[in-house]
Ligand binder design. Structure first.
Ligand code: PSV
Ligand code: MN
Length: 396
């Protein structure tokens, strides 16, 4: 590989970081059940320990997203313990995820529930999440609103818009200057007739209505079949409304599969949109890349390392696109040459350079092999096995 490409790759690799989800280390699964893993984390400390292990192996995932209900069930009282874990394990607290879907009261919705008292309960939880974010120095509050309905005519969609808008306004009002709120969308599931925030247009409108610190979050699994996700990304970038990603892959719906396992070219195309925007603006976009996967069959830590590697390699490949040349070819409508210029980067094998980069940065050149050889998973499986057998009934 020529020197210019090498330099491009090293620069890209140095600037690439991922946030891992705390829930990806615990015994989560599908709504039909879960296959228990003896090595799954059973406490917030174990989640931090696992995240630290992934960081030691990959060097690029120093942040972990937290889910309030699962990771801070005691609310603000749990903040000091989290702060201790942050310094003990060298993993920062990442985005804070309020839980608006688990309580029994949310059967007919949380922030869109027709019952004002239930909406208030949801708002109280959101405001608690904002406060937790402030105390932990986490910038982003990340909203996944599972609200919706299953049958036509059973809910007033427009009233529910008003209720959401009102709550997002109040949330925005509680944010510190350095905090942001990210609004995720999802076309269906758990609701099957209508989802209150079903697509990026609705999320965008809600974010704009909430205030200047609100943005849209793109979860790659939350799209219709064959939807052009990179086009959505391009629009959000152009409007300065892209707040971040939840990475995973899908074949049929929100399958939570390993990033790039089904369509690596799509991940490349998404990264390209970001990098091309950075090239044109001459400035880094600082888009947070978070993983949102829950593995029922693969080993949790192994899958997290595999995802991290996949993201890193696809990002590196996207960084090889020659933006100047591509832009010239696009302007002159030289279609085949433009497409080949684009695809050439996708087909480039960056793995040897990534391995060199890892060694130079003090991490194993093959993180998956290093994980296997470390015996870490076997050790924690011995330590946690009995506890996991007991926690079959709990979700995280
Ligand atoms: C459920 O679809 C989900 O995967 C959403 O994407 C959230 O971001 C995540 O769970 C955590 O609440
Ligand atoms: Mn998500």
């Amino acid at each position: 590989m020529r020197q210019k490409k090498q330099d491009l790759l090293w620069k890209a690799l140095d600037g690439f970081e991922l946030e891992v989800p705390s829930w990806g280390f615990a015994n989560t699964g599908t709504r039909f059940g879960k296959f228990l893993q003896a090595a799954a984390a059973t406490s917030i400390e174990e989640k931090f320990a696992d995240a630290a292990q992934v960081l030691a192996l990959t060097g690029i995932s120093p942040i972990m997203a937290l889910h309030v209900e699962w990771d801070l069930p005691g609310g603000l009282a749990d903040v000091p313990a989290i702060q201790k874990l942050v310094s003990k394990y060298g993993i920062q607290a990442g985005s804070i995820n309020p839980n608006l879907f688990q309580a029994q009261e949310y059967k007919y919705g949380s922030i869109c529930n027709p019952d004002a008292q239930i909406r208030q309960k949801a708002l109280d939880h959101i405001l608690l999440s904002v406060e937790i974010g402030k105390r932990l120095g986490s910038r982003d509050i990340s909203f996944w609103v599972a609200d919706g309905s299953n049958y036509p005519g059973t809910q007033n969609i427009r009233k529910r818009i008003d209720w959401m808008q009102e709550i997002f306004l109040q949330t925005h009002g509680a944010l510190a200057n350095n905090q942001r709120m990210l609004i995720e969308y999802k076309p269906f599931e758990p609701a099957f007739y209508h989802t209150d925030i079903a697509d990026w247009g609705m999320a965008l409108e809600l974010a704009r209505g909430a205030g200047p610190q609100a943005r849209v979050l793109v979860d790659t699994g939350h799209h219709y079949q064959s939807q052009n996700i990179e086009q959505i990304v391009a629009w959000l970038l152009q409007l300065d409304m892209l707040g971040g990603f939840h990475f995973n892959d899908r074949r049929y719906a929100d399958d939570d599969l390993t990033l790039g396992s089904i369509d690596p070219y799509q991940v490349f195309r998404i990264f390209h949109e970001i990098l091309s925007c950075e090239f044109e603006r001459g400035a880094a976009m600082h888009v947070p890349f978070m993983i949102d996967q829950s593995h029922n069959l693969k080993g949790k830590i192994e899958a997290m390392v595999q995802t991290t590697i996949a993201a890193q390699e696809l990002y590196a490949r996207a960084a090889l696109v020659d933006h100047e040349q591509l832009s010239r070819l696009q302007n002159e409508c030289r279609l085949v040459e433009a497409e080949e210029c684009f695809r050439a980067a996708f087909w480039e094998d960056v793995r040897p350079v990534v391995r060199e980069w890892r060694l130079a940065r003090g991490v194993p050149e093959d993180p998956l092999r290093a994980l296997r050889e470390s015996g870490y998973v076997e050790r924690i499986a011995r330590e946690r096995g009995a506890k996991n057998a007991k926690t079959l009934a709990s979700y995280a």
